[in-house]
Design a protein around this ligand. Structure first.
Ligand SMILES: Nc1ncnc2c1ncn2[C@@H]1O[C@H](COP(=O)(O)OP(=O)(O)OP(=O)(O)O)[C@@H](O)[C@H]1O
Ligand SMILES: [Mg+2]
Length: 249
């Protein structure tokens, strides 16, 4: 199964949630591939080291095979599952190159992405591909939505973010008839506890989870694997609910 994280606006929590979802599934004994498809602002190379000779960029540009972009990154304390990552090249040169790609290249990249999915799931035996993508409506983001079996759209409680998410689902996702779930992230505790009502019109969204805003996460200064070692943490409880939804969709 190919799951992509997407959002209308930047900074909503796609990278944090994609890493933690990948880790949660790995801990449940699955073979998981986490891919950085945010080629314009790669993030995962700050958490994982690339021991592979190539980057995701190179695979999309037909310079190598899928096997050449994967690094095994299963934590020592996980016995059953395995985690592999495919990283995007974070160099300034690569980012500038990716930002300059035209529509023709993006269409070819879509074909590459489809064969990447096929190879990982049908030849290499992966159970899940979890994809971190760029925010917004550029071609590269749309490519990952087209390829995905499930799209998880992350929004903040910000009014303009929710309205933009709603428009995007209506205009774009409905077109592709994707299984789509919305995750509202960084929700204030006062809202979750019911003390203050959520002032947003979220009932029109296919909401699957509200993830609490956590000072622990902010204090961790961008440590994406942050919640994993603390099984009692509310973020882990949210991840379990998201996994449950995915497995029973
Ligand atoms: N539930 C949360 N509570 C508190 N902080 C959070 C939460 N989720 C994410 N953050 C923080 O918000 C910031 C943005 O998160 P992240 O980088 O995952 O967003 P993103 O959607 O991937 O951003 P971009 O669009 O730039 O790729 C990070 O500092 C992260 O630690
Ligand atoms: Mg990100």
């Amino acid at each position: 199964m190919f799951i992509t994280f997407h959002s209308y606006k930047g900074g909503t929590g796609k990278t944090l949630l994609s890493v933690n979802l990948a880790m949660t599934l790995t801990a449940k004994g699955k073979k998981v591939c986490l891919l950085d498809l945010d080629l314009r602002a790669p993030s995962l190379s700050s958490t994982f080291n690339n021991k592979a000779p190539y980057w995701v960029n190179d695979y999309l540009s037909r310079l190598c095979d899928v096997e050449n972009i994967l690094t095994e990154s299963t934590p020592d304390y996980i016995n059953d599952g395995s985690l592999f990552v495919g990283l995007a090249n974070p160099s300034t040169e690569a980012i500038r190159e990716m930002s300059a790609k035209d529509r023709k290249w993006e269409m070819e990249a879509l074909g590459r992405l489809l064969s990447l999915k096929d190879t990982l799931l049908n030849e290499l035996g992966f159970d899940y591909i979890i994809c971190d993508s760029s925010p917004g409506l550029q071609y590269s983001s749309i490519n990952t939505i087209v390829v995905a079996d499930i799209a998880l759209v992350v929004t903040s409680v910000d009014r303009s973010d929710v309205a933009g998410t709603q428009r995007m689902l209506h205009d774009l996702y409905d077109l592709y008839e994707k299984k789509t779930g919305v995750i509202v992230n960084k929700v204030p505790q006062t809202v979750l506890s019911g003390k203050i009502p959520l002032k947003l019109d979220t009932h029109k969204l296919p909401l699957i989870e509200m993830v609490p805003c956590s000072c622990d996460i902010l204090n961790s200064a961008g440590e994406y694997l942050f919640a994993f070692n603390n099984t009692q943490h509310p973020l882990n409880q949210s991840m379990d609910k998201i996994v449950n939804k995915i497995q029973n969709w």
